[in-house]
Design a protein around this ligand. Structure first.
Ligand SMILES: Cc1ncc(COP(=O)(O)O)c(C=O)c1O
Length: 479
């Protein structure tokens, strides 16, 4: 089950499409230069059945690596030294240079395209990290008013920001319109609120239609967003209704593009190509109605190698190369919204072993970290690689790695082969940069941990204070 969220083994469901010429399903022969028009397409699940040539395999290149001395290092810093020097554990440990390298990979991939890299702040909202990403040239993808406020505080250019969400609130929309960020239209009532926000702000707003392309992203159901039953986006059958509404509000709305976001942890770039083909078909239809669309936003979603088992996963270059021609064929600007693939692999949750126990059939390593700090394994059975930070010749056994939280769902990893650690041994949960700290809680009054990064010169710098018990009591002051 641990493999579900990032599974690479996938059995394609039947290719269920109704096309004008069913003997030539367009996905079997992408024909981007021919400007395909698929007006009678009935969209069910688009299934990618082709294999794409990926960037040639490289040795596993990671900011966290075991050195010949058997210790784990983050860039040049021994993680054990970090454990010994910080005042509170567990803690999140990032590599700032790895964040830079990840952004550079996207920038290189996008060379020659007019594009915006909108970093999805929901993946990790540490202010220092988002400031760093802004300095590297990123825009921001926002899903709440507070994320918008944080992006503004971090100095983001509002014209490189996109406000997403299926339940955006009027006040937040007003702020978005005032600041001049792009707003994605998600539903009929969302459009109504956007029009109202524009009137309140006294300003026209640049909008993109978030179309649900009904593409199966082949990921865990909880992180799939672009298929028919998802709560996100407008139904493609309603496109004409939305176009008429936009036309009816020329003083409020400026339709500049179309958006889709298929899901997260996607490990086949063909899926993005399939979606891009569908989206340019919609763009053709929208342009045919006289709208001057200039943006295709294909969302985020590229997966990462959570297993550390040598799999060859698509890179940003692979992703962009599969959609490049399609984008160019329509003279579009490309917006992408990566979160996980920019930040996940830059970080570990660093824990210490509290003790080892067995119930006779199962062995447990109990650590100080838990589902409160890192909930992905408990929430959707996600696999994150776990290892000890120091060399050990102790007997190797199979363990569940669990926290101290009073829930049986409190585990960080199941059935892991590890040397039996002694009390106090450092243990890391890898790839913890995305959807870990940002999804953390204070359940069981385990206060949120501090965050550190290793800088280019190898120094360890705190980038967020750990929360304290006094922080908790502050919510009850003067009541
Ligand atoms: C609309 C939207 N864009 C971008 C992202 C970022 O996705 P990821 O972190 O998988 O790149 C998300 C996350 O699910 C999202 O909902």
């Amino acid at each position: 089950m641990a493999a579900v969220a990032n599974s690479l083994s996938y059995s394609p469901s039947p290719f269920t499409k109704s096309l004008k010429n069913p003997s030539k399903p367009f996905l079997s022969k992408p024909c981007v230069t021919l400007k395909p028009s698929f007006k009678n397409l009935r969209l069910t699940a688009v299934v990618s059945e082709k294999t794409t040539t990926l960037t040639p395999p490289k040795a596993f290149d990671h900011c966290f690596s075991k050195s010949d001395d058997g210790f784990l290092y983050c860039e040049g810093l021994k993680v054990q030294d970090a454990i010994d020097s910080v005042e509170k554990r567990p803690f999140y440990l990032y590599s700032k240079p790895q964040i830079t390298r990840n952004v550079e990979a996207y920038k290189q991939a996008l060379e020659g395209l007019d594009s915006i890299i909108g970093y999805a702040i929901k993946a990790n909202n540490n202010l220092k990290i988002i400031e760093h990403l802004r300095k590297l040239g990123c825009g921001a993808v926002l899903v709440s008013g507070n994320e918008l406020r944080l992006a503004l505080k971090a100095g983001y250019d509002p014209t490189k920001c996109i406000f997403n969400g299926n339940g955006k609130l009027l006040d937040d929309l007003v702020l978005a319109v005032q600041e001049g960020v792009f707003v994605n239209v998600d539903s009929e009532f969302d459009l109504e609120n956007i029009v109202a926000a524009s009137r309140i702000a006294g300003k026209k707003v640049n909008v993109l239609l978030r179309i649900n392309p009904d593409v199966d992203p082949q990921v865990h159901a909880y992180v799939a967003t672009g298929n028919k039953n998802s709560k996100f986006g407008i139904r493609n059958e309603k496109l004409q209704w939305f176009l008429d509404e936009v036309k009816a509000h020329p003083n409020e709305l400026n339709l500049v593009g179309a958006h889709c976001h298929l899901g997260s942890t996607i490990t086949k770039v063909d899926i993005f190509r399939d979606a891009a083909l569908l989206m340019v078909n919609y763009i053709d239809q929208i342009r045919a109605e006289g709208f001057e669309l200039s943006y295709l936003n294909i969302g985020g979603g590229l997966g990462i190698d959570y297993y550390h088992a040598g799999a060859i996963l698509p890179t940003p270059m692979d992703l962009i190369n599969t959609v490049r021609e399609i984008v160019v064929s329509r003279g579009l600007k490309l917006i992408i919204e990566p979160g996980r693939s920019l930040i996940a692999n830059t970080c570990c949750l660093v824990n210490r072993v509290t003790g080892v126990k067995t119930n006779g059939t199962k062995n447990f390593i109990v650590i100080d970290g838990s589902m409160s700090e890192l909930i992905r394994p408990s929430l959707y059975d996600a696999y994150q690689h776990i290892e000890l930070v120091s060399p050990s010749d102790a007997e190797i056994s199979t363990f569940d790695v669990v926290g101290p939280v009073c829930e049986s769902a409190d585990f960080l990893g199941k059935n892991r082969e590890l040397p039996t650690p002694s009390k106090g041994t450092g243990l890391v949960v890898h790839d913890a940069g995305a959807y870990c700290m940002s999804m953390s809680s204070t359940y069981n009054l385990k206060m949120r941990p501090p965050e550190y990064w290793v800088e280019e010169d190898g120094s360890l710098v705190k980038i967020r204070h750990g929360e304290t018990f006094d922080d908790h009591l502050r919510f009850f002051e003067c009541l």
